[in-house]
Design a protein around this ligand. Structure first.
Ligand code: PLP
Length: 451
């Protein structure tokens, strides 16, 4: 159903080409898009509805966020009821019950020692919050000399200055000056020569974690506050951790008193079959950053999970002292909390995290079957994440995958996402085998056609 508030404005936006001028679209080729727009006006379950009335199968969960599918009635009801009851309440020296309840629900599904939650409005804010907590934590313990932050090449940690500084995507960094000082990077773990077409985790590359030992030698452990990595990197085109890599990072961090932060903005909330990748991989970080699937994407919200040890270091000194000079007007917003609570209920009632595990092998078979298609140089999969890497057209990086993307959308009624020449898939966890068949049948056909 699309009737409602949006309809009138949909007509306004689409009636004249110049009506699209004022919106400066994020991470988009604005002029190209506005010349051939792809507009969505409705959503339900596995499908979007396009402005021209087509039902589009969503193989991207919106943008890695609608893990329970679209417009789920329980979540819709919760948000509608909440806005009519308490639309906003401050959480600075004030409160309302929902963020307390939500935080308690969240820590119940988080790794054991992560018993505290700081709310934000996005993944970017979660990352900057976690980095600030790491720095302030060391200072609170009298180790204020630990100021260095370590990220990784190809890492994506949102677009705040902290996030792009520890991030490792050149285009997200190079336009914005000298970024945060005192940041270094591990090498990325993508290795098409040794690991192409791995099913699940790549076998080779755990030794790349030793980069951290090299940085410790170079900078000295006493200067290093934290390491941040995505357990599975998404925006770089889906990079999976080699078997043993994350375990080794954890060991080296422990040895040197360095905090380990997992950015689980895309892996959180069931994407790879557990609430968090930390659980799936059996590696426990000191903080986890999340957003997206927390509210099923329908209201902006992020959350940073913090260990007892870190939290307790702040809860000292006089009771009337603010322990952390950080927060957002909308931290713990009532609508976001209501959406998140209803989302968690939906995940639990429908067993959606388990569903990702149940479908994983069928999904992996479908991914692997693409091997041998023209220009497909790698497929990567884990849980309900998939990546298909295409050989770039000479002189036109990204063009081949973009071609597949637009044909899928305009002609095949399928929404995928591309980053460079990688097709990234992250469907809602409610999908079934018929959806999987359709996604891969369509992709195989379009990839062959564009060759
Ligand atoms: N961290 C990771 C791993 C992400 O994938 C993203 C977004 O895709 C972010 C952070 C940033 O999240 P947001 O766009 O909500 O700021």
């Amino acid at each position: 159903p699309t009737a409602g508030y949006g309809d009138h404005y949909t007509r306004q936006a689409t009636s004249r080409p110049e009506a699209m001028d004022a919106f400066w679209m994020p991470f988009s080729a604005n002029r190209q898009f506005k010349a051939e727009p792809r507009l969505l006006t409705g959503a339900s379950g596995m499908f979007y509805r396009s402005v021209d009335g087509r039902e589009i199968l969503d193989a991207t969960g919106g943008l890695w966020c609608c893990n329970a599918g679209h417009a789920r009635p329980r979540i819709v009801d919760a948000v509608q009821q909440q806005i009519a009851t308490l639309d906003f309440a401050p959480t600075f020296q004030m409160g309302h019950p929902l963020p307390f309840t939500l935080a308690e629900r969240l820590v119940a599904i988080a790794p054991d020692h992560l018993n505290h939650v700081f709310f934000t409005n996005s993944g970017s804010e979660s990352v900057d919050t976690a980095l600030k907590i790491a720095l302030a934590y060391h200072r609170a313990r009298g180790e204020g000399h630990r100021t260095r932050l370590i990220g990784r090449e190809k890492g994506y940690h949102g677009v705040g200055f902290g996030g792009i500084s520890v991030g490792g995507l050149p285009n997200n960094r190079k336009f914005f000056g000298s970024l945060l000082p005192g940041v270094d990077h591990l090498r990325h773990t993508l290795d098409l020569e040794r690991n192409a077409f791995s099913r699940g985790l790549p076998q080779h590359g755990a030794e790349l974690a030793e980069d951290l030992e090299r940085l410790v030698l170079l900078h000295d452990a006493s200067t290093i506050a934290a390491v941040i990595v995505e357990p599975v990197a998404g925006s770089a085109g889906v990079v999976l951790p080699p078997v043993g890599y994350l375990q080794r990072l954890r060991e080296i961090c422990d040895k040197h008193g360095i905090l380990l932060i997992f950015d689980e903005v895309i892996t959180g909330f069931g994407r790879i079959g557990k609430a968090f990748a930390a659980e799936r991989f059996g590696v426990m970080p000191d903080m986890i950053t999340t957003a997206k699937g927390l509210t099923n994407g329908c209201v902006p919200m992020g959350a940073v999970f913090v260990s007892d040890g870190i939290h307790d270091a702040f809860m000292r000194g006089p009771d009337n002292m603010i322990e952390l000079f950080h927060g957002y007007t909308y931290s713990g917003h009532p609508l976001a909390c209501a959406a998140a609570l209803a989302t968690l209920d939906t995940y639990a009632e429908e067993g959606l995290f388990e569903r990702a595990i149940e479908l994983e092998s069928y999904w992996a078979d479908a991914m692997q079957a693409l091997q041998g298609l023209p220009n497909v140089i790698d497929t990567r999969n884990l849980g309900l994440i998939g990546a298909i890497e295409l050989a770039s057209r000479p002189g036109a990086p990204g063009a081949r995958a973009y071609d597949v993307f637009t044909r899928c959308f305009h002609r095949e009624d399928l929404l995928i996402r591309v980053t460079g020449d990688v097709i990234a898939l992250s469907p809602p966890l409610i999908l079934d085998r018929e959806h999987i068949d359709r996604i891969f049948r369509t992709l195989a056909h379009v990839i062959a056609e564009t060759a």
